[in-house]
Design a binder for this molecule. Sequence first.
Ligand code: VG1
Ligand code: CO
Length: 543
Amino acid sequence: MSFTTYSTQPFKDQRPGTSGLRKRVEIFRRGNYLKNFVQAVFDTQTELVGNTLVLGGDGRFYNREAIQIVLKMAAANGVARVLVGTGGLLSTPAASCIIRKYTAAGGLILSASHNPGGPDGDFGIKFNTANGGPAPERVTEAIFARTLEISDYRSSNDPDLPLDTSGTYQLGDMRVDIIDPVTDYAQLMEGIFDFDAIRRLLAGGFRMRFDAMHAVTGPYAIRILEKHLGAPPGTVINGVPLEDFGGHHPDPNLVHAADLVAMTQGTDGVDFAAASDGDGDRNMVLGRGIFVTPSDSLAILAANATLIPAHRHGIPGVARSMPTSQAVDRVAAALGIECFETPTGWKFFGNLLDAGRIAFCGEESFGTGSDHVREKDGLWAVLAWLNVIAGRGESVAEIVAHHWQQYGRNYYARHDYEGIKAKAADGLMKALRERLPQLPGSLLGGMTVSYADDFSYTDPIDGSISENQGIRIGFSDGSRIVFRLSGTGTVGATLRVYLEAYEPDPGRQQEDPQTALAPLITIANQLAEITQRTGRDAPGVIT
Ligand code: VG1
Ligand code: CO
């Protein structure tokens, strides 16, 4: 096989964050930036030699070029076979499904998820291990260490492959299968859910919309919802993947999917609406006149798991990331199953899923999923909701109201301060950390602090420890404030403030969350000196 070894210089900033390496497109296109990182993966993940690699991305600007670069480097580094989605497309959950189904040694997913795309937008790359999940910290740290000392990379001298035509190709000694990105995933979904019940629901006049936000999920949603389940054409909107996502943030929340939200309003509003993000792993769920918080969604799906055929005998346990509301904890307690609190990022669920300790897990950041893959999965959540709605014969609003009546309501909001100065953000977190020891037992805004700590997680399966995962302040009535800095941003720093208050009384569960959380918002601002330190008097995004 013909390949060339090229010399290169290390970059100092290639440490993966919450979900892979994310930078501005212009940084990825500079010199050998992408090649260095990919070579560091091949240098450290030696099980890829002689084995299968899965490759695909969310279709954003630079995706196609990056796919060709990775293919040639894989060939030069001794990978035996690569499975690529046509057009270089694979949603993150589909990549996870394909890694597992074809027992690949790992996968490279090209995505910056919900971050904007285009020449001035963001790009990203993430390595997933053989279980189909995001590489754990020890792996990402080994890759990062390698990027700091890298001196050359290898690439084959073959021409580009025609990515749009499925088929089998040869790149030197390496076989490349360009496969339909949807088929395997659609089959997996069919084996999990009651498709007949969903078909009957959709045939009975139930009206829904799915907003693919011009990101990767369009082809998946059209195939599954419209072709397999019989939803009328036009159910999926913005279904064509575009390199710049039509100029929008492919971020399924009340701010960035405002048009979809509007379709659920008023007497003519649709019965159900959902959206997913750039790489298809996030979801937002709406009913007529109601937004379901991702934290509530996880709790409601867990409470109704047995309506889903794959889980008809019940689930062994659940997990949520630390800032996610404690709504699912109450369900787990009622069901008598285990409940785990993990740091932010899907990689922390992998061991628990592999060990069979949990079947459902989720994050407040519009992430929900199960043991069917090792990533969060936007369409899975949509199908799970449709399955539950069909099974209960109730509207989304009724399902939510009944859930709150039974378990209480966890009022919840996240306030994001994006693009603040890194120094200001670090100073704010440091000052908070210094105050932690004095807080327990003290009164803040008339509320008693019962604990205050910087979250540290010991993985129950492999014992690995992850420290400094966010500051938690808990009050005696079950309320919480959490502060952490984002690990996915590409400009300055982003402070996230997570607020949660528990309301057991059904007579008081209909307030606006910002009103119900107002006392906590005031406490959070004062305690962290947010305005003084960041110069912002309000969050930029509230979800
Ligand atoms: C954010 C979310 C986190 C999620 C991560 C990746 O991370 O808060 O819950 O796992 O994005 O999601 P951070 O560090 O910015 O808070 V995705 O859809 O970008 O793969
Ligand atoms: Co995503």
